[in-house]
Ligand binder design. Sequence first.
Ligand SMILES: [Zn+2]
Length: 138
Amino acid sequence: MEDINKAMIVNRLDAYKCPNCGKMFLTASRCPECGQRVETMAEHQSRVKERVELVRAMETVCRNINDEEVLMAWLMCGVADEDITPGTTDEYIAETYCEDEEDFAELMDTFLRCMERAAKSGGLFCGRVVSNIGKEKE
Ligand SMILES: [Zn+2]
């Protein structure tokens, strides 16, 4: 009986899931188990979706970095080569890059550092156009 109830709660978007201990509840603003603030599954899913979209976008932008060294830095510290392709599922990206807050923050930071470096070197290259046309290299 408990298992059936649990399965029903898991599929409900208005259910709350504790990010700390993973328990699910139908009414709560704090987890009765551990006291952690909780969000509804709908809120959780939209937050994850937002992050997944950003990871895909950052990956797309970095593919166009016009500097081998900066691109290599992204492949080492950001998203590994071929790890995300158009066929990669949102679930995989969420699990790999978005679930851990610190890892996700670090990924965004790595992206920004790569952009900073790219802006000073080769810029971005897209559709036969380079972003820093006519700009003096430092
Ligand atoms: Zn909890």
